[in-house]
Design a protein around this ligand. Structure first.
Ligand code: HDE
Length: 716
């Protein structure tokens, strides 16, 4: 194969395993599913060329029958997702805490398949919905598959699994008219949330820019629940999992998200795909917060409560390894759609805790695969099968692939030499952590789960002013879409418990007062709903702020994979294009040449530059930054193209860096140019003049110039 200079995917055991199932029709005859070569794939068999089709046409019947059965049920949640292959490598042995094999040897690469998803939308919905993102990783370890099925937000809406169907019914499109798609901005969602104060912390996260990520490659991931590491001596340590993206954590503007949804609903999917195809492999570090068992009750919240996080200020995140995604799937359905994650897929050295949300999940995930993938043999689907050897007495069922040899399928047996036999713990046999249980069977929730607001306040207070404003805007938008006034009132009551200014600002945007009375939790709810039992408390939290909760605390400076649009037309200056492109390429940014047509532009020196996209087929919202190269003729031509002017106007509105090699040109046509303080242009992310690549790179590294939001926005 020709070396194109791009990084290549690593070879690993899972790829070798999948190779057995890969099929390629290149240079092959077209056949039926029975392998019979097909001579005519254009005409069905008929009684005469104008006659009825014949039932005996096995080629027609097979083809149409297979087609009729192509669809499987989409996931009830997380239906829309994108996946990729890669590997994980630990930095140093974690044997002190866990005996998990894949966390011992820094020289070992463990294959992974990772799927990112939105939660609420259907399979064909937009990527840029305001929503939580799923972050699921399947580690194909030598001791069996380990699935870390997390989200990009470290807490959850509810504390107990029994509320999950209610939550999802509330957020999904409303049942009478199936509106709206992939959006929480509707009555039923906020009705439920306003009656469910335990959701308040999660709502703060879900209304932050985390819920509109710039890229799947720029999101954190979290295991959410507290899990347990168990070492060789059987000692347990509580563990919280984090994924930290090397590109930092970044969001887009809400107006931008909505427009991306129209211009490119596959924006995130495409972005992930293109980065991997270009050899710019996304990377995340795996971090752990380790909490000795003795410290279980040392916090002012309960480790078993999934609406709480362990602040990094209290327990730092130790980075223990790195995941690299370096290969796109060959087939979306076979891999991304059929992959079956399960938080209950664990390996020796990792175990559960009693988190009641996690406990419910342990049931749900197998159940859902049975329905979705059609039977109990979904573990045999290539993407799901482990690279570890698999032997047991489970037999038969729909679509069984394995051909189990021998007379026995039970244990104990003597006729089959007792095989397959149980593994001793020293031989890698799984033993559950022997947690002591001595309790009454009750349908109750612990008192230690009752503080629903302290961490919501902690989150809000830890945000920068810009981030707080975005949360206010998001809540004002979402609640503004709610018709039922009592729902809005209840929400304002809850927000008031988080932060008085927050409630005031949202109330003012809605044009209503913050209710004086404490939230009425029983409003509109059947009589058997006892609000007293759910009445939240607020403890005296030991922490006011945690900088790690703000997205703005790291990940700036790196411009790798940032998409930069060069706005070009005939007469563009060669050097001005080439020098800037060279500088950006060196930093790993992706330059796209935009022009008046889809083919090429002629430079001032008469050379041609290939156009990646015409203005008419593209949109400013899919770029991170804009550059107008020098060239009088080109700039004059661009001034006459409304879409080119709109690129800069909208880019400015969305706070993106803009560079222009000359003042007298396209930029003069924008709505903002005359309003700018020309002495402090760079501070506002507007770079003017020749040879300004380093200033432009610095500006792109800052991601956005949110300060512009304080001024005005374009009427677009
Ligand atoms: Fe899930 N969840 N979930 N969930 N979840 C599913 O399983 C469920 C929860 C998460 O890319 C389903 O295979 C219950 C928390 C991700 O294929 C289903 C409860 C977290 C994915 C299911 C939760 C998640 C799912 C639907 C409350 C973050 C996508 C399809 C007790 C830690 C996995 C499927 C993929 C998918 C049930 C709560 C993350 C129905 C009952 C908390 C990332 O089984």
């Amino acid at each position: 194969m020709k070396d194109d200079g791009k990084k290549k995917a690593s070879k690993n055991k899972k790829h070798e395993d999948l190779e057995k199932n890969r099929e390629d029709g290149q240079e092959q005859f077209l056949t039926t599913n029975q392998g019979v070569r097909i001579n005519d794939n254009q005409n069905s068999l008929k009684a005469g060329d104008r006659g009825a089709s014949l039932l005996e046409d096995f080629i027609l019947r097979e083809k149409i029958t297979h087609f009729d059965h192509e669809r499987i049920p989409e996931r009830i949640v997380h239906a829309r997702g994108s996946g990729a292959h890669g590997y994980f490598q630990v930095y140093e042995s974690m044997e002190k805490y866990t005996k998990a094999g894949f966390l011992q040897d820094p020289s070992k690469k463990t294959p992974v398949f990772t799927r990112f998803s939105t939660v609420a939308g259907f399979k064909g919905s937009t990527d840029l919905a305001r929503d939580v993102r799923g972050f699921s990783v399947k580690f194909y370890t030598e001791e069996g598959n380990y699935d870390l099925v997390g989200n990009n937000i470290p807490v959850f809406f509810i504390q107990d699994a029994i509320k999950f169907p209610d939550l999802i019914h509330a957020v999904k499109p409303e049942p009478h008219n199936e509106i709206p798609q992939a959006a929480s901005a509707h009555d039923t969602f906020w009705d439920f949330i306003s009656l469910m104060p335990e959701s308040t912390h999660m709502i703060m996260w879900a209304m932050s820019d985390r819920a509109i990520p710039r890229s799947l490659r720029m999101m954190e991931g979290f295991g959410v629940h507290t899990f347990r590491f168990v070492n060789k001596e059987g000692k347990g340590t509580f563990v919280k999992f984090h994924w930290k993206p090397l590109l930092g954590t970044h969001g887009v503007a809400w107006d931008e998200a909505q427009k991306i949804s129209g211009n490119d609903p596959d924006f995130h999917r495409r972005d992930l795909w293109e980065a991997i195809e270009n050899g710019q492999f996304p990377e995340w570090e795996l971090g752990v917060q380790l909490i000795p068992e003795e410290d279980e009750h040392k916090f002012d919240f309960d480790l078993l409560d999934a609406t709480k996080l362990v602040p990094e200020e209290m327990v730092p995140v130790k980075k223990i390894g790195k995941m690299v995604l370096d290969r796109n799937p060959d087939n979306f359905f076979a891999e991304t759609e059929q992959v079956a994650f399960h938080p209950g897929h664990i390996v020796p050295g990792i175990d559960f805790t009693n988190d009641p949300l996690l406990q419910g999940r342990l049931f749900s995930y197998t159940d859902t695969q049975l329905k979705r993938l059609g039977g109990p043999n979904f573990h045999e689907i290539p993407i799901n099968r482990p690279i570890a050897p698999l032997h047991n007495n489970q037999r038969d069922g729909h679509m069984r692939q394995q051909i189990n040899k021998g007379q026995t399928s039970y244990q104990p047996n003597s006729l089959g030499n007792g095989c397959p036999f149980q593994a001793k713990i020293a031989e890698g046999g799984f033993d559950s952590y022997p947690e002591k249980v001595d309790a009454k069977k009750v349908r109750e929730r612990s008192e230690s789960f009752k503080d629903h607001f302290s961490q919501a306040s902690l989150f809000y207070n830890s945000q920068t002013a810009v981030e707080q404003q975005h949360i206010i805007n998001a809540l004002s938008f979402e609640l503004g879409k709610v018709d039922a006034v009592e729902v809005r009132e209840r929400m304002l009551g809850l927000l008031n418990e988080v932060n008085k200014d927050l409630a005031k600002e949202v109330a003012s945007n809605l044009g209503m007062p913050v209710p004086k009375k404490k939230t009425q939790l029983n409003h509109g709810v059947p009589a058997d709903f006892d609000p007293e039992r759910y009445e939240p408390t607020k403890s005296n939290p030991s922490l006011d702020k945690d900088p790690a909760l703000s997205m703005m605390h790291n990940g700036f400076g790196n411009i790798a994979t940032r998409k930069v649009a060069f706005l070009c037309a005939d007469g563009v200056d060669d050097n001005s294009v080439n020098e800037m492109k060279k500088a950006l390429d060196k930093e790993g940014a992706m330059v796209k040449i935009l022009g008046p047509n889809s083919t090429e532009v002629k430079t001032a020196d008469g050379k041609s530059i290939k156009v990646d996209e015409a203005f008419r087929t593209s949109a400013s919202v899919v770029f991170d930054a804009f550059y107008v190269p020098a060239g009088d003729k080109a700039n004059m031509a661009l001034k006459k193209i409304p879409k080119a002017i709109h690129f800069l106007n909208e880019g400015y509105k969305h706070c993106k860096p803009i560079a222009t090699a000359q003042e007298n040109g396209l930029i003069e046509e924008t709505y903002f140019w005359n309003k700018l303080d020309k002495k402090n242009l760079a501070e506002d992310g507007v770079i003017v003049g020749k040879d300004k690549s380093s200033e432009f790179i610095k500006a792109i590294g800052q991601h956005r110039f949110w300060k512009r939001e304080e001024k005005d926005s374009i009427p677009a």
